[in-house]
Design a protein around this ligand. Structure first.
Ligand SMILES: Nc1ncnc2c1ncn2[C@@H]1O[C@H](COP(=O)(O)OP(=O)(O)OP(=O)(O)O)[C@@H](O)[C@H]1O
Ligand SMILES: [Mg+2]
Length: 390
């Protein structure tokens, strides 16, 4: 079964053709990062307009790359929730129109389900994407034996750690298409926290990749990631210390998270380090930091964020000892330190960690396998804020 997956929930216009939920025949992603690097964040109206321009060329290219015409497509899947209202509208209206025009069944997919199902995607036949990384045997603190390495797909019941720009959740999945939220953030998402800390440190948008680079001693220049300030662009080699700044772990009960306190802790630590009062404007702090300090703050912050995520997964494994696999999903799953810390968990190929159409097609495939009916293309609605449990 070949599904065309369409994704426009935030600032990526994406379409992909996927066979049987696992084999990527094409995967086209047009990112608006270059536009929003200038502003340091997404402007919803601009994102919607950019989707409008890119949508049809992206879909045409996805079909073309897959060597498909409309007769080869069995269904269309689209992200209808959650996300930016205008961005969701462009994708869903396009999918609705195409479903009616080409007489294809239409499936509406929740964005977080798609992120989770990126872990089921195999390497593309064109060899552009990697296979899910899974090695060794997962051993929870409680000692339960989890899926062995040779299994290609994650095993149920599983825990999904969703770490993205808008969400930080732990989901319990007893089987395909069954989700229970067992932990969630009380405030900021972890990806949002990376982005905000990067801003304090004067690192370019999006913050996740530029913090990760700075934690290795590399300050992204405007050539690699647009927007870095010139004073940070030098080839001087820096060895960062992730122990230089001690940052607190939030005291949140159970499996829930809180990341806004960590962001404020970085802010206060930077103010203290450069000797200014807490009333000093955060956007001016970056001009007072040396390259070494920026790299040390990035490394200390990244280490703390990864530790917090790992602690909660350890707790979840203790609470759900029957767990067979852990999968990590969402943009922050591209983070190398997190991948290193959760060696036995499943991760999507880095190119599939962020928003893409392949994961939408994969999620729809497993919904269809679970007996989901197509939605009405004349009335499909969007839901900018809706839980995965609904
Ligand atoms: N290597 C990395 N390390 C840490 N964070 C990263 C890395 N790469 C990307 N990110 C973060 O991932 C986030 C983007 O992920 P994603 O595209 O899944 O979010 P979103 O789609 O905007 O939000 P959501 O999926 O919750 O709707 C950004 O916050 C970005 O900084
Ligand atoms: Mg996303």
């Amino acid at each position: 079964m070949r599904i065309l997956g369409i994704e426009t929930s935030c600032d990526e216009t994406a379409a992909s053709v996927v066979e049987d939920g696992v084999k990527i025949l094409s995967n086209v992603v047009v990112s608006q990062i270059d536009i929003f690097a200038e502003y340091g964040g997404v402007i919803p109206e601009v994102a919607a307009r950019s989707h409008l321009e890119a949508m049809m060329p992206v879909i045409d290219k996805a079909l073309d790359d897959a060597g498909c015409n409309w007769d080869d497509i069995d269904a269309i899947a689209v992200t209808h929730a959650p996300g930016l209202l205008g961005s969701l509208l462009i994708g869903t209206l396009t999918a609705r129109t195409l479903a009616i025009l080409h007489n294809k069944p239409l499936y509406a997919v929740h964005h977080l389900k798609s992120h989770v199902y990126a872990n089921w995607l195999h390497q593309s036949s064109k060899g552009k994407q990697g296979t899910p990384c899974h090695s060794g045997t997962l051993q929870g603190r409680s000692g339960q034996s989890l899926c062995p390495a040779e299994h290609i797909a994650p095993c149920f019941p599983l825990l999904a750690l969703v770490v993205s720009g808008g969400h930080t959740q732990i989901l319990y999945m007893p089987g395909h298409n069954q989700f229970e939220i067992i932990g969630t953030t009380h405030d900021d998402a972890v990806g949002e926290c990376f982005d905000k800390v990067a801003k304090i440190l004067g690192l370019p948008y999006p913050g996740g990749p530029s913090i990760a680079k700075a934690a290795e001693g590399i300050i992204c220049s405007s050539d690699t990631l647009k927007g870095a300030r010139p004073s940070l662009q030098s080839s001087e080699h820096i060895i960062p210390s992730s122990n230089r700044y001690k940052l607190p772990h939030p005291k949140v009960e159970g499996l829930d998270f809180s990341f806004s306190g960590l962001k404020t802790a970085v802010l206060r630590a930077v103010q203290k380090e450069v000797g200014v009062p807490i009333s000093y404007p955060s956007h001016k702090l970056k001009d007072l930091l040396s390259r070494q300090q920026v790299c040390d703050f990035a490394a200390s912050f990244q280490k703390t964020a990864v530790e917090i995520l790992c602690e909660k997964i350890e707790m979840a494994l203790t609470k759900y000892p029957e767990t067979k696999s852990v999968v990590v999903a969402g943009g922050v799953s591209a983070n190398e330190e997190l991948r290193g810390a959760l060696k036995d968990a499943y991760f999507p190929a880095p190119s599939l960690s962020g928003d893409n159409g392949a994961m939408v097609a994969a999620a729809a495939y497993y919904e269809i396998q679970s007996g989901a009916n197509p939605t009405n293309p004349y009335s499909l609605n969007i839901y900018p804020r809706i839980s995965i449990e609904k």
